[in-house]
Ligand binder design. Structure first.
Ligand code: DGL
Length: 258
């Protein structure tokens, strides 16, 4: 088996770049390929079947590239597609999960979960809440405007801060703990902290997903053993090359350096 094969990572757009970054930190020698489906973003307000089909198309594309594993760097696509995709392909497929478990362990009072409408409505999330016996302490907030904000305006800091401030002022003035259950929202973390002047605890599932990926590859003896140079990262986006550039900026690398 060729362990240098790439790991495919995808999202509805730019949000999953936050997961890509964490995966590269946890598994620096792995070769990664990212597909952002910005042309079809946002996924969160589409039907479950539509999101499944879009996710399947991207998975087929990665399988065609010879990827050894796939990470669905999107909570929404995970809710809509992960179990069906796992039945169709025989490579590891890792999904996202809003980090509600650690948030509940940390918090005595209410926990606000911000995620897309689909993630909050789907069985996967609601089973998790039932298992934690947490229905009474959970506040659910979809924030589709935050997805648009990251997709289209992330480099305009004043615009982004205003977008975050308006939403929090209206919905969540006095939160104690927030779970970011959408990978786009991760890029808004500094702005959220700014709004609460640092008096907020924020959880997300990115590190958990990267560790799950590491564990899956380790247990199948599929980790890249070539450790001479750091892994390559290639990025594609369905919308335009401009979005590929934006992705590299969010990743914090020069396109030419990778
Ligand atoms: N980034 C995706 C997630 O984690 C959702 C964004 C969208 O609605 O497309 O759920």
């Amino acid at each position: 088996m060729n362990r240098t094969r790439r790991i495919g990572v995808f999202d509805s757009g730019l949000g999953g770049v936050s997961v890509l970054k964490t995966i590269h930190e946890v598994l620096p020698y792995e070769n990664l390929v990212y597909y952002g489906d910005s042309l079809h973003a946002p996924y969160g307000i589409k039907s479950k079947e539509e999101v499944f089909q879009l996710s399947k198309n991207i998975t087929d594309y990665f399988v065609g590239l010879g990827c050894k594993a796939i990470v669905i760097a999107c909570n929404t696509a995970t809710s809509a597609a992960v179990s069906r995709l796992r039945l169709l392909y025989d490579i590891p497929i890792i999904g996202m999960e809003p980090a509600v478990k650690p948030a509940f362990m940390y918090t005595k009072g209410e926990v606000a979960v911000l995620a897309t409408e689909m993630t909050l409505k789907e069985e996967k999330f609601n089973t998790l809440i039932r298992e934690l016996n947490a229905d009474q302490r959970i506040l659910k907030y979809p924030a589709p405007e935050w997805v648009t904000c990251v997709e289209n305006h992330f480099s305009d800091h004043a615009y982004v801060q205003n977008c975050v401030d308006i939403f929090l002022e209206k919905n969540l003035k006095n939160a104690e703990t927030i779970v970011l259950g959408c990978t786009h929202y991760i890029f808004l973390k500094p702005y959220i902290e700014n709004y609460y002047k640092g008096n907020i605890k924020i959880f997300d599932g990115n590190l958990g997903t990267a560790h799950q990926l590491k564990h899956a590859l380790e247990s199948l003896d599929m980790l890249n053993k070539e450790r001479v140079q750091r892994g390559q990262i290639e990025i594609f986006n369905s919308k335009s090359d401009d979005y590929v550039d934006k992705s590299y900026v969010l990743l914090g690398f020069n396109r030419e350096d990778l």
